[in-house]
Design a protein around this ligand. Structure first.
Ligand code: CTP
Length: 408
């Protein structure tokens, strides 16, 4: 997916061992459709060569403020005005200090200072030793550059090139790509607190066995990511799945439908949107055995009795905040046939303003899907696409309905 199509980025490298990650970053950015102009400080050229960065970006690298290739000999002006954003990765402690002071005696800090601040955002991906990161001078400088309008991305934690372990590693290239995509996403859900359920539930039979289903959680996780990128504060209540938590999303892991209900009821108090994508088990064993159920050698089989699980979506949709229009509820319907008819009936039954239908067996575990949106106005299809694209489209659809319906 060309998620950065049409974007022109200046990628600035200052001196740090993390320069090796910037080679991979250029590849990911260009694969995502961006054009990338690399600018390196002299220190950066000690860690990776301009030749490598030129080959990967397809453009000659700038390292010198006196670069005579520019007709007007003003590389700092030209480069900073062409860019949709400037990303400094790695951004060294020294470079942060230079930005904080407004220094401009070499090309990269010069072009950062010369950028039109209101239309060319500056993003920083710090990279340094943990002691340098924790030093009050660095933190003071970071606070200053953030106040001056730069967006400071986080740092990773872990083993550092120097052999120490702690905070200060540069984010991985894939994380930086995601951060840039998020940065450019329109903030349709700014100010919203979105609560999402995802994945299957697991209903215990005994301590080693249980009943679950084939839901992968992919749709719910994709919606969590898209909602976060659109500016929402996102809480994801996830059944047992092994998917990575999208950046910036708060995740609460649960097992059973009852666990999920408890977590959701707690979190729903502060939410403004609830999206139920979880494939909650309809029934659970009436009694989970405390010990493993053993064969007794007679060939007889155990008999399991079931009780119905609470309907989480219906419970939330009936809550006073939902009924007062302060919590917008979105349900999903996994059907195997007659999608429009079944999903419309489900919307009424669950009492939700928006219900999203899909054909369950065709989508479980897959990376793509097709959705049918049903609300009081009628229905609309989101044709087959990746769950990522559908999640982004759904977020826009929900945001549009919120502006119509939500009361403060
Ligand atoms: N749901 C829920 N709690 C349940 C069952 C379902 O919150 N105990 C939510 C799902 O997350 C989904 C919607 O309700 O958003 C519909 O789920 P689905 O399984 O399609 O519907 P059911 O209510 O189980 O109806 P049926 O099995 O009869 O189709």
């Amino acid at each position: 997916m060309m998620e950065l199509a049409g974007k022109h980025l200046v990628l600035g490298l200052s001196g740090g061992i993390a320069c090796y990650k910037s080679a991979e970053l250029v590849r990911l950015l260009t694969q995502a459709g961006a054009s990338v102009q690399v600018v390196m400080t002299e220190a950066a050229t000690q860690f990776i060569t301009p030749t490598t960065m030129q080959a990967l970006s397809g453009r000659a690298v700038y390292t010198d403020q006196w670069d005579a290739r520019e007709g007007n000999n003003m590389a700092h002006i030209n480069l900073s005005r062409e860019a949709d954003a400037i990303l400094i990765a790695p951004c060294s402690a020294d470079f942060i200090a230079r930005l904080a002071q407004g220094r401009s005696d070499e090309l990269l800090s010069l072009l950062c200072l010369a950028r039109p601040t209101e239309r060319v955002p500056l993003l920083l991906a710090p990279a340094m030793n943990r002691e340098m990161w924790a030093h009050p001078a660095t933190q003071r400088n970071l606070a200053q550059v953030a106040q001056d309008g730069a967006t400071v991305l986080g740092v990773g934690c872990g083993a550092q090139a120097c052999g120490e372990v702690g905070d200060g590693r540069m984010l991985e290239a894939a994380e930086l790509l995601q951060a840039l995509i998020a940065f450019f996403t329109p903030k349709h859900l700014a100010g919203q607190r979105v609560l999402i359920t995802a994945g299957p539930t697991f209903e215990a039979i005994d301590p080693v066995r249980g009943i679950t289903n084939l839901s992968s959680g992919k749709m719910g996780f994709a919606i969590a990511r898209a909602a976060q990128e659109a500016g929402a504060e996102v809480t994801l209540v996830a059944g047992p799945v092994h998917l990575p938590t999208p950046p910036g999303v708060r995740r609460i892991n649960v097992q059973s439908a009852q666990n999920m209900l408890a977590a959701v009821e707690e979190q729903a108090r502060a939410a403004t949107v609830f999206i139920a994508t979880a494939a909650v088990a309809d029934w659970r064993p009436a009694q989970a055995a405390a010990q493993k159920i053993k064969k007794d050698g007679s060939g007889s089989t155990p008999t399991l009795a079931f009780v119905e699980n609470p309907d989480i979506l219906a419970a939330v949709a009936q809550s006073p905040r939902a009924r007062a229009g302060q919590l917008y509820c979105v349900g999903f319907a996994a059907e195997s046939e007659n999608l429009l008819q079944h999903a419309s009936a489900k919307r009424q039954r669950k009492g939700v303003p928006l219900l999203v239908g899909n054909i369950g067996p065709a989508t479980f575990g897959q990376d793509d899907n097709a959705l049918l949106l049903i609300d009081a106005q009628g229905h609309r299809e989101l044709p087959r696409a990746s769950k990522r694209v559908l999640a982004q489209q759904l977020v826009v659809e929900i945001a549009r309905r919120l502006t119509r319906t939500q009361t403060p």
